[in-house]
Design a binder for this molecule. Structure first.
Ligand SMILES: *Cc1c(COP(=O)(O)O)cnc(C)c1O
Length: 242
């Protein structure tokens, strides 16, 4: 199935329902409330008309990965009650277009990026909510803070008055079996828990953004508060793009 086939509203509503059901079951297995996990539809490559279908199916949060692609969609769908998340790698020169438009930026992967967000947020007089991206598998191909950099980074982030750090995000290494992601999700949860025992003035670490189509149930069992799901709702993207 590809995005075009998934374009019929019935198909989408069925997929959303199936994903919610699987999310609820995973929460119950972990003795968590199903309400403790938010579903964010990952809408990269998905055209605005199809996003309308997921909104009609009860989705209230969408995550976009590319600034250029996202802005026209935010504009086209501006009259819907949707909270937009920025989940992709964010270049510093694009920060200007993102701050204040997205409810949450999941992918703060360097102090330079954080400082740029701070500068822009101060300029337009907003507080930008963000997550700190952790490169939990220490992969050269991925962005994010390494575990040993994390605590030091939080100390700096704590000093940025127009940033509100709410938690952490990760994309674990690809493994053959989704079970392989479990240890990484646990590691992220433990890292956030260790950090939350330190005394920061403003930082909060309640949100854990982890889990995608292949592994969201495991992420929920390990404490995810937000899962970002594309393929399981919209079908395969034209070609694999992250
Ligand atoms: C595309 C994307 C997702 C969704 O991935 P699927 O495997 O299609 O569910 C989640 N998070 C990020 C950061 C993404 O870029």
């Amino acid at each position: 199935m590809d995005v075009r086939q998934a374009g019929n509203a019935h198909g989408i509503a069925d997929h959303v329902r199936a994903v919610r059901e699987r999310m609820a079951q995973a929460a119950v297995r972990a003795r968590r409330s199903p309400h403790a996990v938010r579903l964010i539809a990952a809408t990269k490559t998905v055209p605005a008309e199809i996003i309308e279908a997921v909104i009609a199916a009860g989705i209230h949060e969408c995550g976009e990965s590319r600034v250029q692609e996202a802005l026209p969609k935010l504009q086209a769908l501006g009259h819907f009650d949707v909270a937009w998340h920025f989940i992709g790698r964010l270049q510093r020169r694009k920060v200007k277009s993102v701050v204040g438009r997205f409810q949450l930026i999941h992918s703060v992967d360097s102090l330079e990026l954080a400082q740029e967000i701070e500068r822009r947020a101060a300029e337009i007089g907003v507080t930008q909510r963000v997550l700190v991206e952790v490169n939990i598998g220490a992969e050269a191909s991925k962005g994010g803070f390494l575990r040993h950099e994390f605590f030091g980074a939080l100390e700096t982030l704590d000093e940025l008055p127009h940033l509100s750090v709410c938690g952490v995000m990760t994309i674990p290494p690809r493994t053959e079996d989704p079970e392989g992601a479990r240890a990484y999700f646990q590691a992220l949860r433990e890292l956030a828990r260790d950090a939350s025992r330190r005394s920061y003035r403003r930082i909060g670490l309640d949100e854990l953004s982890m889990g995608m189509s292949d592994d969201f149930e495991i992420a929920i069992e390990e404490g995810a508060t937000m899962v970002r799901i594309g393929t399981a709702i919209f079908g395969e993207r034209p070609k694999e793009q992250v």
